[in-house]
Design a protein around this ligand. Structure first.
Ligand SMILES: [Zn+2]
Ligand SMILES: [Zn+2]
Length: 225
């Protein structure tokens, strides 16, 4: 057998390695996923997949809450399992239970971006409080044994008014906006907020959010049980 024939056979053999032999990486090591914040309770991942791009197979070991900052069309392939096509709306939020391994292809024309909040541990706060369903602009969207997720939607000039979160958590902005926040007795200066900006609330606390911009402001507030 000539050297070049051997080389071609080797190439052919490499091409024939079945899918099942593919490896996966932990989500924090997947190149399109950036760990941007972490503490004992949360790890925040900023994930961006460009049009036409596909992630490596990656494993999510933790329960997590993805928030779609830029939605679009995608194909999800579960390792050794099914392939599904879906379209995700900007602002979409859901709860995903770890562990699972998958890869995501962006089948649309715009970049997909998610802020993914991994639930690492519970701060152990009592969670028997009634949900904040009477607060203007707040709507309870998901509740289970680990989290409570509210959507904040404020028209220009609208404010939530002072409300109290009994639980620690993460607030994630979906739209661009200009908001004035009062935390406890501290009046913060009105600030421009960018899509995907987030802040961790370390414990129970009061705050009020006012939309002082010209367009609808949307965010999610995730509470840790
Ligand atoms: Zn993933
Ligand atoms: Zn709030």
């Amino acid at each position: 057998m000539t050297f070049s024939l051997m080389k071609s056979l080797l190439c052919l053999a490499l091409l024939l390695i079945p899918q099942a032999a593919q490896k996966s990486v932990p989500v924090g090591e997947e190149p399109r996923h950036r760990v941007v914040f972490s503490n004992k309770y949360v790890r925040v991942i900023d994930a961006e997949v460009r049009a036409g791009d596909t992630t490596l197979f990656h494993t999510h070991t933790e329960d997590n809450v993805p928030v779609a900052i830029s939605g679009g069309r995608m194909r999800t392939e579960v390792m050794g399992g099914k392939v599904s096509e879906s379209s995700v709306e900007t602002g979409g939020v859901w709860f995903a239970r770890g562990t699972y391994t998958h890869k995501i292809s962006n089948t649309g024309r715009t970049t997909l971006r998610f802020i993914d909040a991994e639930i690492l541990a519970s701060p152990g706060t009592a969670s028997s409080d009634a949900p904040l369903d009477k607060v203007p602009g707040l709507k309870l969207e998901i509740e289970n044994e680990r989290v409570r997720i509210y959507r904040v939607k404020l028209a220009p000039g609208q404010k939530t008014g002072m409300h109290s979160h009994a639980l620690a958590g993460l607030d994630v902005a979906i739209t661009r906006g200009k908001v004035a926040v009062v935390s406890g007795d501290r009046q913060q200066k009105a600030a421009e907020v960018k899509p995907g900006e987030f802040s961790w609330r370390a414990g129970a606390g009061d705050h009020s959010i006012e939309n002082v911009g010209q367009s609808i402001y949307e965010a999610v507030e995730i509470e840790w049980k």
